[in-house]
Design a protein around this ligand. Structure first.
Ligand code: KG4
Ligand code: ZN
Length: 344
């Protein structure tokens, strides 16, 4: 069946058309209109601007996605839309658009959780991947481990008690002068640095639990930057010329501390659950150091590692459409009373 899907939870508007069936997971179109250039002016996402930009983009994106997929609304078997979690005003644009489109054309409407959608990106990238598996979702808002028992049954195993890893990357990236969102630039800069140059506290909480706290790490890095500035040695990166130096050393140490913590807790989770497949998902799944750290962990444990390609790590509607298909198969439907929710 053909699924038309929408994503508008944060700063990317996206519309996609998928062809999904038993043994079939095909992306026919996946168009993303990024708002990064607009929000970069402010150093972070401005929710009101995000909502308005979604409204401006979504109609044309939908038309273009249908054209690219070479189909019309009459071919669509279900409309999927991210309904939670995210920025409420941004979510409401996609939800209301999908509701109206479904109602006017008599197409079933399927609400999708954004976190599950990130995990579903790995299903698109690995056609033979099936639950059960362990899912690690690392994004701007989440650092969470789930046992995925079947396509629509997620058991929360642990996660961050405060900030998410993506947020932690963005914050320090901004302070050392990297453009928003700092995550991707921190990734590149870290490759030039010495991870042993700065000692930072681990965000892995002590013990066998599967929880993290990134606020202490963020504060320690900020204190280090402030102390260096007060000594007359401010640390700043040259965004257009990433090179070795103290900014690269901090980026490397910071990244290494985050990656080690995530690898450690993921190792605990693999052992505790006995699961033999790990899915890495979310925007931070694009991080080369995290991908390498988890690849090493899985090689050591004899576990299979499934990661979406970089194009499917960030927010996009194809992942929403994939999850919408499985929710649809499980009987999930919404009517015109569907509301968006900022929380999980
Ligand atoms: O999943 P996502 O697109 O949006 C949310 O659902 O939050 O994740 C966005 C986050 C941002 O914090 C961004 O800086 C981070 O993913 N990110 C990265 C990389 N690429 C994107 N963080 C570290 N390394 C990267 N290569
Ligand atoms: Zn996301």
């Amino acid at each position: 069946m053909y699924i038309l899907a929408f994503e508008s939870s944060c700063d990317e508007t996206s519309a996609a058309v998928l062809e999904m069936d038993v043994g079939k997971r095909i992306i026919r179109a996946n168009l993303v209109a990024s708002q990064i250039a607009v929000h970069r002016l402010y150093g972070g996402v401005v929710p009101e601007i995000a909502s308005r930009a979604h409204i401006e983009a979504i109609t044309a994106l939908t038309r273009d996605a249908l054209t690219e997929a070479n189909c019309g609304l009459a071919d669509i078997g279900a409309v999927g839309v991210t309904a939670s979690p995210g920025l409420i005003g941004a979510l409401l644009v996609g939800v209301n658009f999908a509701k109206s489109l479904g109602y006017a054309n008599n197409i079933p409407l399927v609400p999708v959780n954004h976190i599950r959608a990130h995990v579903a990106a790995a299903l698109l990238a690995h056609p033979d991947l099936e639950p059960p598996f362990l899912a690690l979702v690392v994004s701007g808002g989440h650092t969470t481990l789930y046992a995925v028992d079947d396509y629509v049954t997620y058991r929360l195993l642990g996660g961050t008690r405060d900030d998410a890893a993506g947020e932690a990357f963005d914050k320090i990236g901004r302070v050392i002068g990297l453009p928003y969102p700092g995550g991707a630039a921190m990734d590149k800069l870290a490759a030039f640095g010495n991870p042993g140059a700065v000692k930072l506290p681990s965000p892995a909480l002590p013990g066998e639990n599967l929880d993290f706290s990134f606020s202490g790490l963020k504060t320690a890095a900020l204190n280090y930057l402030n102390a260096e500035a007060q000594r007359g040695n401010p640390i700043a990166a040259a965004p257009d010329n990433l090179a070795p130096g103290r900014a690269a050393d901090l980026a490397a140490a910071y990244t290494d501390t985050i990656v080690r913590a995530i690898v450690k807790k993921t190792g605990h989770a693999l052992r505790q659950t006995g699961l033999r497949t790990l899915v890495l998902a979310g925007g931070v799944a694009a991080n080369s150091h995290l991908r390498a750290g988890l690849a090493a962990l899985c090689a050591k444990r004899g576990a299979r590692l499934c990661m979406p390609p970089l194009a499917l790590c960030g927010d996009n509607a194809a992942m929403v459409g994939a999850q919408a298909y499985y929710e649809y198969c499980a009987g999930v439907r919404a009517d015109t009373s569907l509301n968006a929710s900022a929380c999980d």
